[in-house]
Write a protein that binds this ligand. Structure first.
Ligand code: AMP
Length: 210
């Protein structure tokens, strides 16, 4: 089953994506993670990406579409995937719709106030990219549960970049909610709920369409 996760920054897409990946045994793919991995390379493309991403701007469609297509073509996506962070615009959604059939789009709703609070508190593993909130044991330890890597604030989680990213979300990504509702694949949830409770509701909703 091909699933998308949509919601503002900090709404828990990464956390729910990981839980769903474990339970459905299909990969969780984040376009932001694909880009951050690319940005670790010493190439002109990586330098260009860093400037865009760290300033809270969207990267050009063809660049991210190539990376997504490449990842979705890998053998582990044969039974489906959970894609987070892509599409971010109607143009990207139309492109994706031509490339793959999407069975479910999970929207996580969160107020701007809660999103800002979560983003300013979260930390990410510099090695594997896992994100942790202040409630996690790893957060208090300062090292990742999965690989032992150091936890740091994301380079693009600065107040100016976050403001820009949230504004971009409302302007460019929010119209996708109506787009997918019209296609009758939208499942909408309150992202402010506690992690396991929310996961249970999402898993139940997915069972009904399986
Ligand atoms: P995220 O980890 O989803 O917050 O993404 C981090 C950054 O990567 C975004 O602020 C954008 O600069 C870039 N990015 C991720 N996904 C996309 C996309 N679908 N289209 C354009 N830029 C993207």
């Amino acid at each position: 089953m091909n699933i998308l996760l949509i919601g503002p920054q900090g709404s828990g897409k990464g956390t729910q994506g990981e839980l769903l990946s474990q339970s459905l045994q299909i990969p969780h793919i984040s376009s932001g993670d694909l880009l951050r991995e690319e940005m670790t390379k010493h190439t002109p493309r990586a330098r260009k990406l860093k400037t865009l991403v760290n300033n809270g701007k969207l990267v050009p469609d063809v660049l991210i579409e190539d990376m997504v297509l490449d990842r979705l073509g890998k053998v582990d996506c044969r039974k489906g995937f959970i894609l987070e962070g892509f599409p971010r615009t109607i143009a990207q959604a139309e492109w994706l719709g031509d490339a793959r059939t999407i069975r479910a789009v999970i929207e996580l709703r969160l107020s701007t106030r809660d999103a800002l609070r979560r983003i300013f508190l979260r930390k990410q593993c510099v090695s594997c990219g896992h994100t942790f909130g202040p409630g996690a044991v790893a957060y208090k330890k300062g090292s990742c549960d999965h690989c032992g890597g150091k936890l740091e604030k994301r380079a693009d989680d600065t107040p100016a970049a976050v403001k820009k990213r949230l504004a971009l979300y409302h302007e460019k990504t929010e119209p996708l909610i109506a787009y997918y509702r019209k296609q009758k694949v939208l499942l909408s949830f309150d992202g402010a709920q506690e992690i396991q409770g929310l996961f249970g509701k999402i898993a139940n909703a997915l069972k009904k369409i399986n």
